[in-house]
Ligand binder design. Structure first.
Ligand SMILES: Nc1ncnc2c1ncn2[C@@H]1O[C@H](COP(=O)(O)OP(=O)(O)OP(=O)(O)O)[C@@H](O)[C@H]1O
Length: 475
């Protein structure tokens, strides 16, 4: 007998060989056929099911355990209406009481145009479900990580765009050294620090060094310029927002406080923080806890807070534009960064340091600055502080053809000072005059045609004045 004949003689051979489970039903819903694949999947042997209402064995309940009445059974329905059904999201129950997700087709069986029963062909889709769930979980994780990366990336890009020069704090004057000593002491603690000082004095550099010297140095240092955001946006910038918290909040976003967890947050221009955000900040300072805008879940962070301002916060408290309780919370350890005019003796070393940075930035090989130019710099009162010095040196460095900056473009600085700020101090005028005379005398101090004689001073007095005013020939 050929193989085809075998199959035609006994169609069960085929049905027994397929991988899908097959149940055949008569019109009363009793099992008339159960193939081995169905036995394997359900654990019920065909002898246990044949002639029985099979719904009661493998289809009695839904996945959540609630009852699945027989008159709702989709396999039975096929026997009544003759419609073929493809069914998903249902379970079949095993003999051991467990269940598995199935997909099945129930098809009516006709004989002489009369329905005589139905056949259900089913597949165990647990594997497929597990894979789908794993995929869904992986996708969720990817989504969370993508959001996190987006937040961090936006922040990093902003930081990169600032073109921050990672310069050290330079200066030997007593006032500056005293500030450095304070900085070093407080860096070892977790205390909140309030950095005070005029624009361009180096407050941000102080904050960065505070973090660098602290035990949090391997964790993030996150800066927020409180003046750079509108009152409506600053809260979401600091604390983040939930999706849909306000028009335009299309995605959930982490705030700077969350990004700075375990590290340091630097709140620059804290005096510009709107009152509403001040209240929220106060709560973070008290409880280290906050909620995202539009959210209700409290988020805890472990953060060191450093704030800076050029404003007089105490006066702002008196005027009612800064919360008194917040002021006291921030003012735990104030550090005052001196203005450049308070430490003109640092100008030579600062200028040299800045020129070395400019060499790198501009690809130049400048050696320093001329003596005359240096005196001019020391006679100016620097309303823009180190940033102004930096700008002047950069402009000069770009224009300069020689190795030594002579500040030919900016030598009228002291005149500018006089014009913009009234008069030179006596010491500045004295230093300028002595330097001019020394230049005239080719730096000969004593004897005939020496500077002391021209100035009408004893040589020793001139020398002590030069020492006091830090006037010397070499740059
Ligand atoms: N002691 C220093 N030594 C060398 N460079 C310094 C020093 N202090 C400040 N600078 C440089 O001066 C510039 C201004 O410093 P910084 O931005 O820290 O000032 P700031 O007080 O935060 O200014 P603002 O109040 O305008 O934000 C920076 O480029 C910084 O590198």
């Amino acid at each position: 007998m050929s193989i085809i004949k075998h199959f035609l003689a006994d169609p069960k051979l085929l049905l027994n060989a397929v991988g899908e489970g097959i149940y055949g039903f008569d019109l009363s819903g009793n099992a008339v056929f159960v193939n081995p694949a169905a036995e394997r999947m359900t654990g019920w042997q065909s002898a246990e099911l044949l002639g029985k209402k099979i719904h009661q064995y493998h289809h009695h309940s839904h996945a959540d355990g609630s009852e699945y009445p027989a008159d709702e059974c989709k396999i039975y329905k096929t026997m009544f209406d003759g419609k073929t059904r493809q069914v998903q999201h249902e379970v079949f129950w095993r003999k051991d009481g467990s269940c598995f997700p199935v997909e099945y087709t129930s098809t009516p069986i006709y004989k002489d145009k009369q329905i005589i029963g139905a056949v259900a062909i089913f597949r165990d889709v647990s594997q497929q479900h597990n894979t789908e769930n794993a995929l869904r979980e992986a996708l969720n994780k990817v989504q969370v990580l993508t959001e996190q990366l987006k937040d961090e990336n936006a922040y990093l890009l902003e930081t990169l765009n600032e073109n921050w020069q990672d310069s050290g704090l330079v200066g030997n004057s007593d006032i500056f050294q005293a500030m450095l000593a304070q900085l070093e002491l407080v860096s070892k603690t977790d205390s909140t620090v309030l950095i005070l000082g005029e624009n361009g004095t180096g407050k941000e550099l102080v904050a960065r060094n505070l973090h660098r010297l602290s035990e949090r140095s391997s964790q993030p240092f996150v800066k927020v310029n409180c003046a750079a955001f509108s009152p409506t946006l600053i809260e979401s910038e600091l604390f983040g927002h939930e999706k849909g918290a306000f028009t335009g909040a299309n995605e959930k976003r982490k705030g700077r406080f969350e990004l700075a967890d375990k590290g340091t947050i630097f709140l620059d221009e804290i005096g510009e923080l709107p009152l509403e955000a001040q209240s929220k900040l106060l709560r973070v300072l008290q409880e280290r806890e906050f909620e995202r805008v539009g959210g209700s879940k409290s988020i805890r962070v472990d953060i060191r807070i450093v704030a800076a301002t050029n404003r007089d916060l105490r006066q702002m408290v008196e005027e009612g534009s800064f919360r008194m309780d917040l002021y006291y919370r921030l003012n735990v350890f104030p550090i005052r960064v001196p203005a450049l005019r308070e430490r003109i003796e640092d100008i030579p070393v600062l200028a040299n340091n800045l020129i070395m940075q400019l060499n790198k930035k501009l690809g130049k090989q400048l050696k320093g600055i001329s003596k005359k130019a240096l005196y001019a710099l020391q006679g100016y009162d620097w309303p823009g502080n180190i940033r102004e010095l930096q700008n002047i040196l950069e402009r000069e460095a770009i224009l300069s053809k020689g190795r030594l900056l002579d500040l030919s473009q900016s030598l009228n600085l002291s005149e500018q000072t006089r014009a913009e700020h009234g008069v030179l101090t006596l010491a500045q005028a004295e230093a300028e005059h002595i330097t001019r005379v020394l230049d005239m005398c080719n730096w000969k101090i004593s004897g005939t045609n020496g500077a002391a004689e021209k100035l009408g001073l004893p040589e020793s007095t001139l020398r002590s004045k030069m020492k006091k005013l830090k006037i010397s020939k070499d740059p």
